[in-house]
Design a protein around this ligand. Sequence first.
Ligand code: FAD
Length: 218
Amino acid sequence: MAANGARVLVLERDRSFKDRVRGQFLTSWGWPRRHLGIYDLLIGSVAHQVGWADFYAGTTLTMHRDVIATTPHQLPCLAFYHPAMQELLLGAAAEAGARVRRGAAVHDVQPGAPAIVVLGENGRTEEVRARLLVGADRRSSQIRACTGFEVRRDPDGNLIAGVLMDDIRAPEAIAQLVVHSELGQQAVIFPQGEGRARTYFCCHNTHPRHNGADDRPR
Ligand SMILES: Cc1cc2nc3c(=O)[nH]c(=O)nc-3n(C[C@H](O)[C@H](O)[C@H](O)COP(=O)(O)OP(=O)(O)OC[C@H]3O[C@@H](n4cnc5c(N)ncnc54)[C@H](O)[C@@H]3O)c2cc1C
């Protein structure tokens, strides 16, 4: 929008980003990200290309999929460290002409024409007005709460826990997904290059939670 002449303000509460164990694998069938120019930005910098996906049922390899050859846009999947992606995209927004304010937290939103956003930065409160407001502020979105959108969701069924591993001896061009249907469990390895990989463990929510460093051995 900024590149096309709109006056854009980006408010980001965090001054620096930390690992949040999520959002690090873009599958190759997500056309909009290419359309938005995000794909090319990622592939030219922080992203590691993953051209294959191996699916296992227990220890049996059931599919060795060439994602470039078998997807409509013939692109690899991309894996990256989430905070690096966040920095890259905020930088790109600024370069396109948006004003990016780090450490500026939205406290309240009043819908209207224009909408009013109340924000806090360095202990000071301020109001800004906008014709269009985009809320991308996570699952517990404050903007959604302030603007009265109704949330409908299925009951929680599954849990997902993740760790970031260094010096992992797994193929760097293959995402591996291992399903154990009898136990209702799945393990996933998304390589990020240079021996690093995000690994996930997924299970039913009847299983004890894995949370924090103390649970890492489990
Ligand atoms: C375990 C797990 C694994 C996942 N893996 C993947 C994956 O591999 N690939 C994938 O595509 N998706 C994945 N997802 C989903 C993905 O992470 C989310 O869909 C995505 O991050 C949501 O984007 P968002 O911009 O709404 O929120 P977020 O990514 O949470 O970003 C919100 C931003 O808004 C800022 N913010 C929040 N509140 C305020 C405020 N009041 N004022 C100012 N700034 C604020 C935050 O600091 C943050 O930077 C995963 C999710 C989970 C839980």
